[in-house]
Each structure stands twice: as C-alpha cells, then as structure tokens.
Design a protein around this ligand. Structure first.
Ligand code: KIV
Ligand code: ZN
Length: 515
C-alpha cells in the first residue's frame, strides 16, 4: 500500500443499517453493495452475520456476488460469532473478519463485567481463532477513545502479535475532539509494538458533529483506513459521512497529502440510492450531496458564480456527479436522448430497466411540461425501490373537502384477480390507505408517512414515503406521482409488497386486525 493512500471502509450496510428506522432487505443490500463497488470503496462491511438470519443471508449473497472490494463481516470476540461470520464470508473474493470487544473501563465494568486482563486475553484469543479462517483480520477496541491509552497499546500490540492486519480505533460515542483524537492516534502509532504490521483505522461517530473532523485529524496523524457511511448514516447521530471525508481529501490535497481510490463522480447517485432504500432523506444543506450544496441564492453570489464558479464553489458539481446540464427533456424527447441523459447522470442500467423507466418518463412527460434531472433520478430510484409486485394498484379515486367526509375507492390486482373496495377516512390519504387495506383483506400498522416535492414548481413530482410494521420488521415504500394521493397510494402498496416478499401478511389479531 502506498504511504499516502487512504483506504475507504464503508459501513453503510452495517453501522448505517443501525440508523433508527432503517431496515434494508437482502435485495436492497446487494444492490447497494454493487453501487459501493462501483464507487470503488476498498472495503464493504456487509453486516453483522450472527445478528439475524437476514444479516447472514445479506453478507453471504454480497460475498458471492460483489467483486472488487474486500467484504467484511462483524463479529464479537467469541468463537460462535467468528464461526458464523466466516460461514457467511467464505465465498468472498477477499474476505475480512472484523472482531470487536470494548476496552473502556465503563464498558468493562457495566456492560461486560470483565477486568482489563480478561479483556486483553479474550481479544488476543479471538484474533488468533479468526486467523485460522482467513489472513485479513481487523480488530476494534470498542469505545477506544474513552479507554486508557496505555491499556490500548497493550491490547493492540497483543492482537497484532496474534495476527490482526488492521487495528481500528473507534470513537464509539462521538466524544473526542479533533486535537485529542489526533494525539491518541499519534500515541498509539508511537507506542504499539510492531504497529507497522497493521493498518491503523478509525471509526468516528458524529454525536458532537465532529466525526469527519476527527477522521481527518486521524489521517494527519497516521491513520490509513477510514470507516464511514454514505450520507453519514449510523447508530444515533451516525458515522463520518463518506462523501465529506473523500471530498475533503480530494479538495484539500495540498493540505492532507493523501488520496483515496474513490470514483467521486459516483458520490451523488450513490447517496440518492442509499436515501431511496433507507427512507432517510438527505438534508438540503448537507455538504457534497445536499440539494443546496451547489445552489446560490444571494444575488452577489450568483453574480460571482456566473463570472467564475470558483468565487463561491470549491468543488465542481460534476466532480461528485451533480449535473448542471441545460438540456431539458420533455414529451418530445426520444428513447435515445433519454438513455444518453441517464448515462450522463452516471447510471448503468439494463435494457429492461431503461425500457420500463422510459415508459414512466413518457407518462410523466405527458403530465408535466419539463422533466428535470431530479425527476429522472426519482424515477430511477422508484424503480430500484420496487419489490416483487404481489399487489398492483390499478385505480384510485378520492373525494374530500372541508365539509365532507373523505372517501376513497381503489382497485387492486393480485394474481387471483381484481378487488375493488371503498372506505371513508380522516382525509383523502387516510381514506385511500383504508380502502387499500380493505382490498387486501388485512390491517396494516402504519408507523410513519412523509410527503415531499422532488422539484419546485406547480407541476412538481410528489414523493411519498411510508413506513409500515409487520412480522416484527419495518418496511419502507416509496411512491412517485404528480398527484400526491396517487404517490401516497403507490408508496403504501410498495411497502405492503415488500412485506409480502419477506414472508407474507403479518400475524393479525383476529378480533382487531382483520377488516
Ligand atoms: O462504534 C463502534 O465502536 C463500532 C464498532 C463495532 C467498530 O461500530
Ligand atoms: Zn460504530
């Protein structure tokens, strides 16, 4: 590895999936892993295989299907976890077992009920055990930043002697400041025995909004692997945002003198894909991938940018895959122009997918004067979000007003035929959802619902997201339409289809649940 090369370890599918409200199914995880490979991350942490059968299946399928990056699986420092992690990783081109055990006194006393000596012995034993299966072993001291520095040196020296090839230093609770964290990395680098036999990695959480700053400071002090997640997803306030770390290094090369192998032109579309699958919107003011990242509101700024973009833009939008194309598509645009635009936006889609998105595009162009890039991206994300269609929404109609009870009727098709139902509700969306429930014959537990406009203007596309619960899991559905009730109905049916694909309708309470 070249001295200034920084490895990007993406944990969107593991720590990112621990974001409250996020629940990805196996198909979505494989698709995201393919996108991460295209982004050219060095390591994909595909999951925590022992955590659930779904995690195990996702890691196994990613290991078998995704080529290029190292595929890592997380394991606690015990034999069963390591066995299961290896079982799921064995088909990977380049597998890595990532073993962790907490090292801070507070975790040892209150969580693990262990002494420091026991922790050290267990960490070394676990790494030695994992090493039987594969040569690439990462070890993390959970809560390292609140652990005793000399104890950390002992543990990391011990695991390197046992065969760890990557030593990861997490700021698990996002408590460190950049100065402190940089000093910790330097101390470890100067005092761990045989430190050069392993890569120093960091994993920073964003509880104080310092995850990216801490990661960059770690690089300045010798870290050569950064653990991060797309859109900064992760437990609580999340992890360091991959796109911010990567673009800070790329934009301030002269300062950090370090580089990554990331194809930065894939950042924007990967961010949108993650957002579509997780249901976590990208805040408009988010650096690099937010809608406003390259928008200039003030007249003075606009004037400056028109004369020379460098007056107010430190990154060229194209560098992160944001297009500023002036080509506008509409109902007269043909398949060729449409396909070219998709390619310019950085998507590589199969012929079948292009055909079906083109059909959606034509329908949209019939209802909307101008189809913007964001509309096309939304159509693509909508397709990618689509699950096997158990139920298909054929038709919906609503009546509502401030002095009438909202009513809705729907037609839903299944392989058994078409069902038509009607219902009242507290407003048109509620009435539509209730009519859909009647049509499918069971109650749905709706957890959350969001509606937003994809672009501005009176004919903007509405994007609805719904979260439903069933079989102990959360399913996210998205729907897109110029008509917000239709967008909502589509989102509801899409979430229900995901639930059906994952194992059928939920166990309903006969007395209360069945309509
Ligand atoms: O935050 C943390 O400490 C972790 C470890 C498992 C690396 O996620
Ligand atoms: Zn973490």
């Amino acid at each position: 590895m070249e001295a200034n090369m920084i490895k990007i370890f993406d944990t969107t599918l593991r720590d990112g999936e621990q974001t409250p409200g996020v629940c990805l199914d196996v198909r979505e995880k494989v698709e995201l892993a393919q996108a991460l490979a295209k982004l050219r991350v060095d390591v994909i942490e595909a999951g925590f295989p022992v955590a659930s059968p779904g995690d195990f299946a996702a890691v196994s399928q990613i290991a078998a299907a995704v080529k290029g990056p190292v595929i890592a699986g997380l394991a606690r420092a015990d034999k069963k976890d390591i066995d299961v992690a290896w079982e799921s990783l064995r088909k990977a081109e380049t597998p890595r077992i990532h073993v962790f055990l907490a090292s801070s006194d507070i975790h040892l006393e209150y969580k693990l009920k262990m002494t420091r000596e026991q922790m050290l012995a267990q960490a070394v034993e676990a790494v030695r055990y994992a090493k039987r299966f594969t040569s690439d072993i990462e070890f993390s001291c959970e809560d390292a930043s609140r652990s005793d520095w000399n104890f950390l040196c002992q543990v990391y020296s011990g695991v390197i002697a046992a065969g760890a090839t990557v030593i990861n230093i997490p700021d698990t609770v996002g408590y460190s400041t950049p100065g402190e964290f940089g000093a910790l990395i330097k101390h470890l680098r100067d005092n761990i025995t045989d430190v050069d036999k392993a890569i120093i990695s960091v994993h920073c959480h964003d509880d104080l909004g310092l995850a990216v700053a801490n990661s960059l400071e770690a690089i300045a002090n010798g870290a050569r692997q950064i653990e991060c997640a797309i859109n900064g997803l992760g437990e609580r306030a999340g992890n360091a945002a991959l796109e911010e770390v990567v673009m800070a290094l790329a934009t301030r090369k002269e300062h950090y003198r370090a580089y990554t192998g990331i194809d930065t032109r894939q950042l924007y579309r990967t961010s949108r894909l993650v957002s579509a699958h997780t249901g976590i919107a990208v805040p408009p003011n988010k650096g690099i991938v937010g809608d406003n990242a390259f928008a200039h509101e003030s007249g003075i700024h606009q004037h400056g940018v028109l004369n020379n973009p460098l007056t107010y833009e430190v990154i060229k939008p194209e560098m992160v895959g944001v297009s500023k194309s002036s080509i506008v598509l509409g109902k007269h645009s043909g398949r060729h122009a449409f396909e070219e635009r998709i390619n310019q936006l950085g998507y590589e889609l199969s012929d079948a997918k292009i055909r079906s998105i083109f059909k959606e595009f034509k329908d949209l162009a019939d209802r909307k004067k101008v189809v913007y890039d964001r509309d096309i991206e939304a159509l693509i994300a909508d397709q990618q979000n689509a699950s096997g269609e158990h139920y298909r929404l054929i038709y919906h109609n609503t009546m509502s007003g401030n002095k009438t009870v909202a009513t809705a009727s729907v037609q839903v098709e299944t392989d058994e035929g078409v069902i038509e139902e009607a219902s009242c509700g507290f407003g048109p969306v509620d009435a539509t959802f209730k009519a859909i429930e009647k049509a499918i014959g069971f109650a749905i537990c709706l957890k959350d619902y969001q509606l937003k406009a994809v672009t501005s203007g009176e004919d903007a596309l509405g994007e609805a997201t719904v979260w439903i619960e069933g079989n102990g899991r959360t399913f996210i559905g998205r729907g897109l339409s110029i008509d917000v009730i239709e967008a909502s109905a589509r989102a509801y049916v899409s979430a229900i289809n995901k639930m059906m694909a994952s194992g059928g309708c939920p166990q309903v309470n006969e007395a209360e649940g069945v309509i």
